[in-house]
Design a protein around this ligand. Structure first.
Ligand SMILES: C[S@@+](CC[C@H](N)C(=O)[O-])C[C@H]1O[C@@H](n2cnc3c(N)ncnc32)[C@H](O)[C@@H]1O
Length: 427
């Protein structure tokens, strides 16, 4: 008998992923950090238990937009550049997109998450699934099944210039974003784009507004489905070092088109946090998670740099190991002197190659605190949630590792390292 093809297996993949989704229990989470106003959530978690938790707290049908940028079935590993000191860089493994060459395994996993996304979307909401040539053709069929063929809106082509080429195929220079509404009433505000006149000359048609720039004459038309947007450049301010970071410009186009100020947008594969960062800038609320500690560490750093509001949740079973952070603390008469004396990252999260391990040891010998990327203090710690009163980030001239000032009776310090790990000290 002929072995079943992947196409034959799709109905079973969809059915079993639904069962898997239904049988996954909601995770339980503790908020361990909060920056300003709460409501935006960043969680360090696998996405299905996190979505189940959101449903449990009444978020079903409340999300306006979901941007999903999962692994692409590339069978590759992705790293991120981390820096223990100015001028020194190392590659840390960020996540693996490896499935033992089993499309079935991949499709089942992504499908399981899609069921949760469907439940969370509002009737006016939409989902954007970002993929490329590796698997998008199968995922389009699955999206038709889960979200309904009638709710398909667009296939957006994100066109870029970066990356390599080959003698064996045309250079692959685009990703595909599948855009589906939850219902036919999805919200959409299409931006305008320039459409240059033939010959770049004015047409002078009656009642058509025409404009001129350095290239020639153009009219403004509703944006089309091919979006030329540059990848994040090497020296761009937004660059995090995460290998698969997407440009804020691309995500802003999606957020602006499919949500309004105050709406809740979500990204359950948030990586280095492009969607949460964009939401902070465009005054949207957000729900985000990633299962990688480096990813959530980078997202948090980005949100803190913009002073965006968020609360950070971790799964309860993770437990805390605060033995890695040593602080010298003296208080008297309403003042205190606090110094970070020692910080050791959790060895379980360091994934470096031999050469970078050597660099790490040399950097540590020069400066034992060099792995701290940023840290913050809560001067009114309530014993539960760390609220950032002030934070310190490593810059070109290093970083302060002490605090000398007011003491209000309790204090919490969270130190975050370049690998996305963190440790808390409280008094
Ligand atoms: C392509 S990256 C996202 C990049 C992101 N859009 C950005 O701009 O940085 C995919 C992410 O999905 C995460 N991921 C994969 N499976 C996951 C799961 N089941 N739950 C949560 N995160 C997951 C990976 O850790 C990785 O960070």
């Amino acid at each position: 008998m002929r072995e079943k093809s992947l196409l034959d297996k799709l109905p079973e993949i969809i059915r079993s992923s639904k069962t898997e989704y239904e049988q996954t229990a909601a995770g339980s989470y503790t908020t361990i950090e909060r920056n300003r106003w709460t409501g935006n959530i960043l969680a360090h978690s696998d996405n299905v238990p996190f979505m189940k938790y959101l449903i449990q707290i009444g978020m079903s049908g409340k999300l306006q937009l979901i941007y999903a940028d999962p692994p692409f079935f590339s069978e590759a590993a992705y790293d991120a550049t981390v820096r223990p000191a100015d001028g020194i860089s190392m590659k840390q493994l960020a996540y693996e997109d490896k499935w033992g060459k089993s499309e079935e395994e991949y499709l089942k996993t992504i499908c399981t998450s899609l069921w949760g996304m469907k439940e969370l979307l509002s009737d006016e909401g939409s989902i954007w699934l970002h993929l490329d040539w590796h698997i998008v053709h199968y995922m389009k069929i699955i999206m038709d099944e889960i979200f309904g063929r009638e709710n398909f809106v667009n296939e957006i082509i994100w066109q870029y210039k970066s990356g390599g080429s080959s003698r064996r195929h045309f250079a692959r220079k685009h990703d595909t974003l599948l855009f589906y509404g939850k219902t036919k009433d999805y919200y959409l505000d299409i931006p305008k784009e320039k459409s240059y006149n033939r010959g770049l000359k004015p047409y002078n048609f009656k009642d058509v507004a025409e404009y001129e720039d350095e290239h020639g004459w153009y009219t403004l038309v509703n944006m089309r489905d091919v979006w030329p947007v540059d990848m994040v450049g090497r020296t761009a301010a937004e660059r995090t070092g995460y290998a698969t970071q997407k440009p804020e410009k691309l995500i802003s186009l999606i957020v602006n088109s499919c949500s309004r100020k105050g709406d809740i947008c979500a990204d359950f594969f948030c990586g280095s946090g492009t969607l949460p960062a964009v939401c902070g800038k465009l005054e949207r609320r957000f729900m985000a998670c990633d299962k990688g500690s480096l990813a959530v560490g980078m997202t948090k750093k980005r949100l803190l740099a913009d002073d965006s509001a968020f609360e950070f949740k971790v799964r309860d079973e993770k437990g805390k190991d605060d033995q890695r952070l040593k602080i010298e603390f003296v208080e008297s008469g309403g003042y205190c002197d606090l110094r970070i004396k020692e910080y050791r990252p959790d060895p379980a999260i360091i994934k470096l190659n031999k050469k970078d391990q050597q660099i790490l040891e040399e950097s540590l010998a020069q400066d034992p605190l060099c792995l701290i990327d940023n840290w913050s203090i809560d001067l009114e710690y309530d014993g539960k949630v760390h609220k950032n009163s002030m934070s310190f980030t490593r810059g070109k001239d290093g970083m302060e590792t002490y605090y000398n000032g007011e003491f209000k009776g309790s204090i919490s310090v969270i130190v975050r390292d370049i690998f996305g790990g963190e440790s808390q000290w409280t008094y």
